[in-house]
Design a protein around this ligand. Structure first.
Ligand SMILES: Nc1ncnc2c1ncn2[C@@H]1O[C@H](COP(=O)(O)OP(=O)(O)OP(=O)(O)O)[C@@H](O)[C@H]1O
Length: 359
């Protein structure tokens, strides 16, 4: 439940499993809040994200009445394919734009990879995906909290990172593979068990399970429990040389899901990555370590887990089997050519995001 101050007066907004209810609490509207004074407002609804309840419509039941209360004009775009995200990204390169993304993390990543480098965009992440790592990490855990932040939130610089691949690498998409040299990300780059389970979980069969798809895919990968041989350096210093690893994640945010706190020291406001990794372990130990991540990120205190902060991470993959070489970048899967993959921070962008105002 939230009390939102709108252009026509305070409104009590409640949520049931099937809809959002908008109950006006009297008159006396507020002026247009600063975040809604953007020159251009675009709402991008990534309709394939998460497991949606058809009667519960964030746009029609929350955003539209809020924008209408000030008669704010805006453009609403529902995706018809992944191409829609690229089209919207291309269209926001002119005036400063408030871009409301009703989506999960992959849509945000696809957007930041296609938007012009000089575009001035403020993003609002309305969490409607399966994991919603970014929204949970910045404190916007529900669609209602995100919409409320339009009237009470504040803007912060969006910290971006990039994974850089050798020539000949391929981005694996449902429609086929395409060449890739780098991918920008804001949540995670990974190799090993994490990349395998994300890649394997993206089948039409497992997508139907929502968040459970990661657990089912993890169980299947762990039945094989492959070893991932490789080396890595952090900020130029060797950390592991020819190691036999199970898990290797470069995290940009603290949470991958509401309660899965993979990197408790990560701060979305800071331009830094954290490596979370461990050597090859039996399946039961892997499960035990990952289980601790659901307990307020306690796994990083486990002596078997390596945890370090870096701005640049150079990975060398010593595996030949294509399945064991896959890299995950915010849910996108890359088949790298050669052995090296570089994860690094992007110095600056014109992108911002809306965060709850906690100060
Ligand atoms: N109409 C559409 N048809 C086909 N694919 C779509 C359509 N709209 C969006 N997509 C694609 O579906 C994917 C949706 O990803 P998104 O991150 O929004 O949700 P999710 O995968 O459920 O959540 P999360 O990333 O948090 O797990 C994106 O790759 C996007 O390009």
């Amino acid at each position: 439940m939230s009390l939102i101050i709108t252009g026509t007066g305070p409104v009590l907004v409640t949520e049931s499993p099937s809809e959002y209810l908008w109950t006006p609490q009297g008159s006396g509207g507020a002026p247009v809040p600063p975040l809604l004074q953007a020159t251009s407002i675009v709402v991008l609804d990534s309709v394939k994200s998460g497991n949606r309840v058809p009667t519960k419509d964030v746009y029609k039941q929350l955003l539209l009445p809020l924008l209408d209360s000030w008669n704010l004009s805006h453009r609403y775009v529902a995706t018809t394919s992944p191409e829609t995200i690229r089209e919207v990204a291309a269209s926001v390169s002119g005036a400063p734009t408030l871009l409301v993304l009703i989506s999960g993390d992959t849509t945000i990543t696809e957007l930041v990879n296609s938007v012009a480098r000089n575009a001035t965009v403020t993003l609002l992440a309305v969490p409607m995906g399966t994991g919603n790592a970014f929204a949970h990490s910045i404190g916007l855990s529900t669609p209602l909290a995100a919409v409320h932040a339009l009237t009470t939130g504040t803007t912060r610089a969006l910290r971006l990172y990039e994974a850089v691949f050798e020539q000949g690498s391929q981005l694996l998409a449902q429609g086929g593979a395409q060449p890739v040299s780098s991918v920008r990300f804001l949540v995670v780059g990974s190799w090993g068990l994490h990349a395998c389970l994300v890649a394997d979980s993206d089948s039409p069969e497992l997508r139907k399970l929502g968040n459970e798809r990661f657990k089912v895919a993890a169980r299947r990968v762990l039945e094989q429990n492959p070893v991932f041989h490789g080396s890595f350096r952090a900020d130029g210093l060797a950390v592991e040389n020819h190691a036999a690893l199970s898990y290797f994640v470069v995290a940009a945010v603290p949470r991958f899901e509401a309660t899965f706190e993979i990197s408790p020291a990560s701060d979305p406001a800071e331009n830094a990555l954290h490596v979370v990794y461990f050597h090859h372990q039996p399946p039961a130990t892997v499960m035990e370590i990952m289980g601790q991540a659901y307990n307020a990120g306690k796994h990083v205190q486990d002596p078997r887990v390596g945890y370090l902060k870096a701005r640049t991470v150079e990975l060398e993959i010593h595996e030949q089997d294509a399945r064991l070489r896959r890299i995950c970048v915010d849910g996108l899967i890359v088949q790298p050519a050669g052995s090296s993959v570089l994860f690094r921070s992007v110095e600056s962008t014109n992108l911002q995001y809306i965060s709850p105002n906690k100060n």
